[in-house]
Design a protein around this ligand. Sequence first.
Ligand SMILES: Cc1ncc(COP(=O)(O)O)c(C=O)c1O
Ligand SMILES: [Zn+2]
Length: 459
Amino acid sequence: MTTATPPAASKTTAADDSSPANGQAAKGQATNGQSRNTQHAIPTNRVPTAARLKGLKCRECGADYDLAAKNVCEMCFGPLEVDYDYDAIKKSISREKIASGPASIWRYADLLPVEGAPQVDLHAGFTPLVRAERLGAKLGIKNLYIKNDTANPTWSFKDRVVSVALSRAVELGFDTAACASTGNLANSVAAHAAHAGLKCFVFIPADLEAGKVMNSLVYAPNVVAVKGNYDEVNRLCSEIADRNASWAFVNINVRPYYSEGSKTLAYEVAEQLGWRAPDHVVIPIASGSQLVKIHKGFGELKKLGLIEDTPVRLSGAQAEGCSPVAHAFETGSDFIKPVKPNTIAKSLAIGNPADGWYALDVIRKTEGAAAMVSDDEIVDGIKLLAECEGIFTETAGGVTIGVLKKLAEQGVIKPDETTVAYITGIGLKTQEAVAGRVGEPFQIEPNLASFEGVLKEVL
Ligand SMILES: Cc1ncc(COP(=O)(O)O)c(C=O)c1O
Ligand SMILES: [Zn+2]
């Protein structure tokens, strides 16, 4: 169990609730939602509370906890999540207030588990929602959109969860950022730690793509490549977290805060559609956290009266070589059977997904589906999105597009459902996947005749 307590510190600089969403600076803090990247707030060792944040709550038994760095229930070992006072939030939140906030996840600060102004902010979020007419026409979906989360500071959706986790970690007095990662999370933790001046350790499986490794190394964290798969990395990190009280492992001891960042993927889509929910969304699954939190995000907007209460179907996408959730869905099982991953979609290669059961439950409850695609179909998905929409996604996005296509062909996604496919990471980090599967440049001499030879071939 990981319940690291940060070191006691001498004074608090946490701002009050009024500062973050509208971009006003709290005393001593930079403007435009930017963090101070040399000095950190030094909070007291008591756990602070704010009107809209009630505490942490066990998802299984409902036990209540303080807003500390704690992720597992002491009574039943269930996962903890942040509990909000929605009545209090409802009194102050509005579409207008949100729209006047920064063009980042922090426009939704009232619904994020950070007390003051964001401490660690590279301006994650508010990424484009792209109308995908050409891809939609190919797949027979009339209103298809791509949520292009490749357009984040480190080119994946992980910037959302990391900005929230580390902002909270700084409030709690941690001095070191850490994570167990399949690649993108390590990139994001390393970048945000650099910006905030935090010490940093990122742990990855040793066999990751070169682009993922380089995109961590460049920020000069301590990159630890573990000779094992992600599940082994994660197990090791839980032990390390237990021994290092001043380390915030974003997806372990501060996971309840981290995971809330993914709710912004729902908020933004609703806002970008003109404050309404889509009918159907397709989301890649590794741990399953993102899918569960997107569901929570739409639910909160309905509860707060910011969108109409229309149903949103959530469908999950996995690779055949690591498909514990899709397998359980297809076989009608309630049990997520752990697997040893073997797929080119390394960012999704979690064989024993922490939120797998909760993701399956959301998929079933919302009448979505979970499906899997082969490695070949993943590459086809990457190419299809690039060729139809001009967006180069990584293997996780290839999984999403492959499953989107499959579900459309099977009639699970209906032609007139407004559908959003979440594209969560960029293709430049996983170039190995498409090497040899895309064209070659024409090699010519520097003269017209040589180019005319090309034209003859092409036209
Ligand atoms: C690009 C990308 N998409 C999706 C996911 C899956 O997220 P989750 O673990 O929340 O299911 C990951 C996880 O690392 C990822 O890197
Ligand atoms: Zn419990």
